[in-house]
Design a protein around this ligand. Structure first.
Ligand code: ADP
Length: 309
């Protein structure tokens, strides 16, 4: 399985990219790295002359920036420390590798960001203004390219798509929500497994007597279905990062499993994620907990609730 829930790291916002306080913002530049209109003009006027000075220095070194390539300058007066300049393709009808070139803009920007330790980055909707790239295709290209690249650049924690117009904003929101649904469907596929597998989730080895006469404690061995489920839960990024906070926030630590099922029945998505995080992580301290949770229908009830939401 190679599905990663990188869409947890993707955020869609509507607004002006010059106001973003990510480590870097990306500029939809032109090949001469000169000032222009649209987002390029906005970044330069908000960032001040330092950005243009650095752009000139880069151009005197490399001549021009090819379509799909990316370079970096400081952020000047912007809140963002860096600006990554990339040149989007001009739309010429779709037969001139425009899609691949647009993909390259995102790939090369993220590569440069990762190489420079940038953890948060904001993108405009490159090429969808003066360069006339169809917005639907641009959004899909941007979204899926970024999603794939995030698997490679694990140190990048957040990518924000900053949409200036309502149409783009709605496109990206739709992409994100259908992507999340696909991930949740992967989890829901386990409902029949948890419904049918009565008490077979976990077996324990018999305690053994070692050569040194010590009795070794038994350890759980899990049914493949259950370990597959846990893998998918990890891979889809359903878990929350800070599981200790899950405990504190949700007051589930002292509840017994039947009380937790009651809580699950009323939970929203965030709370479900906390509860599942609690059960998955807690296994480290309590061998056999997954089997117990499965037997007590904790996972099944979480999935039922997920299906309802
Ligand atoms: P391109 O030449 O790559 O098409 P444009 O700047 O003309 O670049 O447009 C790219 C996208 O940036 C368009 O969707 C446009 O609406 C958007 N845009 C313009 N100004 C801003 C801004 N201040 N912040 C974010 N996006 C912006």
């Amino acid at each position: 399985m190679s599905i990663k829930y990188s869409n947890d790291k993707i955020v869609i916002v509507k607004g002006d990219i010059t106001k973003e306080n990510t480590n870097a913002i990306v500029n939809a530049a032109n090949s001469s790295l000169m000032g222009g209109s649209g987002v390029n003009g906005a970044i330069r006027s908000a960032g001040g002359s330092r950005i243009s000075d650095e752009c000139r220095a880069i151009i005197s070194r490399i001549g021009k920036l090819e379509t799909g390539e990316a370079v970096m300058t400081s952020g000047g007066k912007l809140e963002a420390k860096y600006v990554i300049h990339t040149v989007g393709p001009v739309w010429k009808g779709g037969d001139e590798s425009e899609e691949a070139q647009l993909s390259n803009c995102y790939i090369n920007s993220l590569k440069l960001a990762a190489e420079n330790g940038i953890e948060t980055i904001a993108f405009p909707n490159i090429s969808t203004g003066v360069y006339r790239f169809p917005k639907d295709l641009a959004a899909k290209t941007a979204y899926f390219t970024v999603k794939a690249s995030l698997e490679k650049y694990q140190n990048i924690n957040q990518v924000r798509f900053v949409c200036f117009d309502e149409y783009n904003y709605q496109l990206y929101l739709k992409l994100l929500s259908s992507d999340k649904k696909d991930n949740i469907n992967l989890l829901l596929d386990f409902i029949p497994y948890f419904e049918s597998n009565k008490n077979k989730f976990c077996t324990f080895t018999q305690p053994e007597k070692g050569e040194d006469e010590n009795i070794y404690t038994s350890y759980p061995s899990y049914d493949k279905g259950l370990t597959d489920f846990i893998d998918i839960v990890y891979e889809t990024g359903f878990l929350k990062e800070n599981y200790l906070e899950c405990l504190k926030e949700e007051k589930i630590e002292n509840a017994d499993n039947s009380e937790i099922i009651e809580i699950i029945r009323e939970s929203d998505l965030l709370l479900l994620r906390s509860i599942l995080t609690y059960f998955v992580r807690q296994e480290r301290f309590c061998d056999g907990l997954w089997g117990e949770a499965a037997k007590d229908k904790i996972f099944l009830n979480i999935l039922y609730r997920l299906r309802e939401l």
